[in-house]
Design a binder for this molecule. Structure first.
Ligand code: RIB
Length: 293
């Protein structure tokens, strides 16, 4: 059986992760427990999640002309992701994220760097990748204009498109209109509610509520999928794992219920290891986890 095709258009970052028991207040210095660099970026994370779960993944994005860029490109290739759609922008730095992991949660500052150079023109150049996909995934760490351009292609060719509205910014109406699924977390949902009544979005909404599981609508009814109880090491990338896994399920033609249940389990497994991609599971691992939970 051929693999389902998933196209991710999004960011690629190097995550600079500090673990600490205490988050410093303004003007304060504290001693941390650990530091490491991990591959990250919401787009790349979602691509890796989908590839590990068995999808054939093409990524459109950009890295800078620095050593982070080289490392991250090599990493994506090692995860069996097609990188022909990724540009190298010599005069830019690769995107970087400063991540503080503390008290079972994370705080992230992203400096976009080359991610700002993912243009509509680049998407147009790789349009074939989009129109031969079973599912397209978008997030908001690349220019909004590029997100909208990609969304319009998806709508024109009737390809299901998942928009992960993270990090949240004011969304143009077309995004609400043309996305097949919107996957906000609680913070993003609150921000969206100021913009549009949730009742207008219902069937598109898949809400990831972290430790409280996932909610979505089916036939006008609110469905709730409870969280799995796991030992939390690092929640970074849990939402990305959910999106990559959900996309893989939908691309494989499983039901909405099944895709959400599968993605919820994959996301729970992802938080048991450090690094956004560190705990992302493979398909057989998720299946085994679901059998035993
Ligand atoms: O969602 C987690 C990701 O957000 C991190 O990997 C970081 O790079 C930021 O993009």
């Amino acid at each position: 059986m051929s693999k389902a095709n998933v196209c991710v258009i999004g960011s690629i970052n190097m995550d600079l992760v500090i673990e600490t028991d205490k988050v410093p207040a303004k003007g304060e210095t504290v001693l941390g427990k650990g530091f490491a660099e991990y591959p990250g970026g919401k787009g790349a994370n979602q691509a890796v999640a989908a590839a590990r779960l068995g999808a054939n993944v093409h990524m459109i994005g950009a890295v800078g002309g620095d050593s982070f860029g080289e490392t991250l490109l090599a990493h994506l290739l090692s995860e069996n992701i097609h990188t022909d759609g990724i540009s190298k922008i010599d005069e830019k730095s690769t995107g970087a994220a400063n991540i503080i992991v503390s008290e079972n949660d994370n705080r992230i500052i992203v400096v976009p760097g080359a991610n700002e150079c993912v243009t509509s023109l680049q998407v147009e150049k790789h349009k074939q990748l989009l129109i031969h996909s079973d599912v397209i995934i978008l997030q908001l760490e690349i220019p909004m204009e590029t997100v909208v351009y990609s969304l319009n292609i998806a709508a024109e060719y009737d390809i299901p498109v998942i928009v992960n509205p993270a990090p949240f910014q004011l969304l143009p109406p077309v995004l609400y209109e043309k996305s097949t699924y919107l996957t906000p977390n609680e913070i993003e949902l609150k921000a969206m509610e100021k913009d549009i009544p949730i009742s207008a979005l219902k069937e598109k909404l898949i809400i990831t509520r972290g430790g409280e599981g996932v909610e979505y609508y089916r036939d006008e009814s609110l469905m709730s999928v409870p969280p799995h109880s796991v030992e939390v090491k690092d929640t970074t990338g849990a939402g990305d794992t959910f999106n990559g896994a959900f996309a893989t399920g939908i691309a494989n033609g499983v039901s909405l219920d099944e895709a959400v249940r599968f993605a919820n389990a994959a996301a729970a497994m992802s938080i048991t290891k450090i690094g956004a991609q560190g705990g992302m599971p493979r398909r057989n691992e998720v299946e085994a986890f679901l059998r035993s939970n």
